[in-house]
Structure formats: C-alpha cells, structure tokens
Write a protein that binds this ligand. Structure first.
Ligand code: HEC
Ligand code: HEC
Length: 411
C-alpha cells in the first residue's frame, strides 16, 4: 500500500470520518463525514474552500438581518476538505457567518495599531500562508519579536497556540496578545477603550457588529472583537492541496511520481511522521471528537550552546514556561501545509530553505546535543531523494488558501 500513514492518523481520521477515509479509499468522503455535535452537518458540496460562505451578506448590507432579530441566525456549516474532522469551537463562541465576516474586517484593520499602519495581517499574510517571510516578526514600532510569525493555516486544530506555550489554548485569549502585548510591542494598543475608540467612526462596523451579535444592544466590546477574530481564524482551513487530491481522493495524476516517493521518504527513513502526522502534519492537533487535548513539544537539535543542550537566551522553548531544564529547546511541531511558501523555517527562522531543513534532520539535528528527541535520527539523504522530498513539500501548497477571496482583505 503506497499511501502508508501512521496508525495514529488513521485512527484519528477513522474516528471522525468512518472507515472510508481510514481505508484510504476516501473519494467523496467529505459528504459522508459525521460530526460530534448533534444535528450539524458537514457541508457536502466539497467544492468550496473553507466554510460555506453562501450566506454571507455584503459587508454593510446587514441592516435587514440585524434590525429584525426574529429570524434565527443560519446554522453554521463547515465545508471541510476530505479527511478533515470538525474543529473544536468553544461553546461560548459559536461560529456564524456574520461573526466570521466581522472577524475578517478586524483581522485586516490597520486601525487596530498604535499608528494606524499595522494589523494581524501585517505579520500573517495570506499569500504566504499567513506568515510574513521574515525570520523574526517585527512589530509596529520596529521592535523585533524573538520568534518567527507562524502560519495560521488550520490553526483551528492547534493543540496549543504559539511556538511553545502549553497554557495558550484558545484563539480568543490569544488574540489579545498581539493587540496589547508589550514584550515585544506588536500592534501597540493600550486597552479596550483605546481599541474601541480607534474603530468608533467606521460605519461599516455598525452593521458588522450588529449582525454578529444581534441580541445585544452594545455589541462593540473587546470580548466580541476577540471572539470574532477567533471565529475568522477558524475558517483559515487548508486541505485542498494536490497532495490531498492524491491521498484522499485517489487522483493519481494530482502529484508527480517524485512527490509520491518524497511522501514515502518522509515516512521512512525520515520518520518525520512521528511528529508531523495527521491531516495537519503536526502532532499538536486537537478537534471536536477527540476525547482529550494533548500539547506535545520536541527538541529537534537546532542548538547545543554549552554541550548540555542550551538554546539561545529568550528562545529556550517550553522551558521558559515550565522552568524544567529537560524542556530546554522544546517547541511545537508546526504544520507542514504550505511549507514551500513559509520560509524561513523554525521558531527563529534560522533555517533558510527546505533543503537546509532536510540537512538539519538528516544530521540528526544540526547541532545535536543531549536533549534532542530520540525520534530525530540521522539518515542518509541522496541528491535525488532531496528532489523527491522537495516535490512532496511542494505538493502541500494549497493555492485555494493563498487566493481565497473569503480570507482576503475586505477593506
Ligand atoms: C508583529 C507581528 C505579528 C502580529 C502583528 C501578529 N502576529 Fe500572530 N504571531 C506572530 C509571531 C511571532 C507568532 C509566534 C509567537 C510565539 O510563539 O512567541 C505568532 C503566532 C500567532 C498564532 C499562533 C499560531 C499557532 O499555530 O500556534 C496565532 C493564532 C496568531 N499569531 C494570530 C494573530 C492575530 C489574530 C493577530 C492580530 C490580533 C496577530 N497574530 C498579530 C507575529 C505577529
Ligand atoms: C521529534 C519530533 C519531530 C520529528 C521527528 C521531525 N520534526 Fe520537523 N519539527 C518538529 C518541531 C518541534 C519543529 C519546530 C522546531 C523549532 O522551531 O525549534 C519542527 C519544524 C519543522 C519544519 C519547519 C516548519 C516551520 O514552519 O518553520 C519543517 C519543514 C520540518 N519540521 C520538517 C520535518 C521533516 C522533513 C522531518 C523528517 C525528516 C521532520 N520534520 C521530523 C518536530 C519534529
């Protein structure tokens, strides 16, 4: 069977998608997927990228639905790629098309920054799979972030958020960090009043907030800003790459023979799937039908500054949170979806190209050291195998994600 996948993946997919996906014969599977929340239904068209946006009104045209308040809001329908389970959504922030639309406006609104020049999208650009192309993100005042901006593709499924923070689990809470954080300053806002004042004069927000929160007299609050941004982020779903058409839909011509060999190498001898498994190629994955959340972190041997495994100051990974020296250099396994467009790589952008990534892993971690995860094992890498690996990485680029107007700047 060419499309070998780790057992965990198959079990996880089977749990949400029944035996079709698990057997690898998943054509048309999107419409048959069951969901854990009663009565809801996966979008069945399978052709639209991301959640069904058919019910979107034009921004600013929401007066009708907001003034009435009697019609129940249309039930949210995920339109998920084949093999994708239903994301977990906090019960107090149910999805709605209106909320997602509000969130998209906020995500792209440069008024949410100290000098009106910066938004979430400054560091999370759609064309780069919601990264920024820099080794270190730079905030609105020029301060450098110690780490690299992460892709937001499939962030709805993240086991934990950020490079190494097991306590950061909800997108709602996370959104406050870049807005108000001071170490470093990202968008540089002061507080709720500051934020709300900056968007007070924008008439489009009247309808956007009213539609998203039809039962509330004063819907413009910081809590709702965070909820709406989170709802929008949950729609940044990437699973319609050429690789998926081959793997889940059985289209043999979707990817090259070289890419198929690359997938095989990724499994063995790469053993990359120990940590980059599942539909999102990350072991830090959580979704609605999983019984519990896990938040794994690993040291891949990028640094060994002192022979005891030390990482550079400020980027000690999980150890910064736990204080446990054994957690030095441990980070979350990021998604590998769209990896060909998200260079440079790793938490500090210190690996320039995917070929360099392969060299790093083939060496068993470029710096080695006593703390490297035992699953990062040296392996031989021939030049034609590098080409196969790279073809596999390319096959994970989801053009629909990079160009979907529903995820683009609405302003
Ligand atoms: C100055 C650049 C910058 C801005 C502006 C910014 N981010 Fe980020 N983002 C980053 C960096 C850097 C990280 C990694 C942080 C870390 O691990 O320390 C990150 C991580 C994230 C993550 C975690 C992703 C994951 O897979 O765990 C989310 C979600 C996110 N940002 C959302 C947002 C939202 C929403 C906004 C706007 C409210 C925003 N970001 C604004 C740079 C930025
Ligand atoms: C032990 C778990 C583990 C194994 C095995 C592993 N990775 Fe990773 N991978 C990680 C972690 C953790 C990171 C982030 C490390 C960091 O930034 O310090 C990462 C980062 C990456 C990145 C950079 C992602 C980004 O957005 O910057 C790529 C590409 C990658 N891995 C590919 C691979 C390949 C290819 C293999 C197999 C040859 C592999 N990984 C094996 C855990 C693992």
């Amino acid at each position: 069977m060419p499309k070998t996948a780790p057992l965990v993946w198959l079990v996880a997919v089977a749990a949400c998608h029944g035996p079709t996906a698990a057997s690898g014969d998943a054509a048309g599977d999107a419409s048959s997927s069951s969901s854990s929340s009663a009565g809801s239904d996966d979008g069945s068209s399978g052709d639209a990228h991301g959640p069904d946006r058919v019910t979107h009104g034009e921004p600013g045209s929401g007066g009708e639905s907001s003034s009435g308040g009697d019609a129940p809001p249309p039930q949210w329908q995920w339109s998920l790629p084949p093999g994708f389970p239903e994301p977990w959504v906090p019960p107090d922030n149910p999805m709605s098309t209106a909320k997602v639309e509000l969130g998209r406006h906020l995500f792209y609104d440069t008024r949410l920054s100290v000098d009106g020049s910066y938004s979430c999208a400054s560091c999370h650009q759609q064309a780069l799979a919601f990264t920024d192309g820099h080794a270190h993100a730079q905030g609105v005042t020029g301060q450098q972030h110690p780490r690299s901006a992460m892709s937001l593709a499939n962030v709805a499924y993240a086991g934990s958020l950020a490079w190494a923070n097991p306590a950061l689990l909800e997108l709602e809470a996370h959104a406050l960090g870049p807005l108000f954080g001071t170490t470093p300053i990202e968008q540089g806002l002061v507080d709720e009043a500051d934020l709300l004042a900056r968007i007070a004069d924008e008439p489009r927000y009247d309808a956007l907030f009213a539609d998203a929160y039809p039962d509330e007299e004063k819907p413009r609050t910081l809590a709702h800003v965070a909820q709406a941004i989170a709802a929008f982020e949950r729609t940044i779903i990437s699973g319609r790459a050429p690789f998926d058409r081959w793997f889940f839909e059985g289209d043999e011509s979707a990817i090259s023979e070289s890419a198929k060999r690359g997938w095989a190498l990724f499994n063995f001898p790469g053993q990359c799937t120990y940590c980059h498994f599942n539909f999102d190629y990350s072991d830090s994955t959580y979704f609605a039908s999983l019984p519990e959340r896990t938040t794994p972190f690993h040291n891949t041997g990028l640094y060994d500054l002192d022979g005891a495994g030390a990482y550079p100051e400020g980027n000690e990974g999980l150890m910064r949170i736990t204080g446990d020296p054994a957690d030095m250099g441990k980070f979350k396994s990021p998604t590998l979806r769209n990896i060909a467009v998200t260079a440079p790589y790793m938490h500090d952008g210190s690996v320039a190209t995917l070929q360099d990534v392969l060299d790093h892993y083939a060496a068993g971690g470029r710096a080695g050291g006593p703390l490297v995860d035992h699953r990062v094992k040296p392996f031989a890498l021939k030049p034609d195998e590098v080409a196969d690996f790279l073809a596999f990485f390319d096959s994970l680029t989801d053009e629909a994600l990079l160009t979907d107007p529903a995820l683009a700047d609405p302003w």
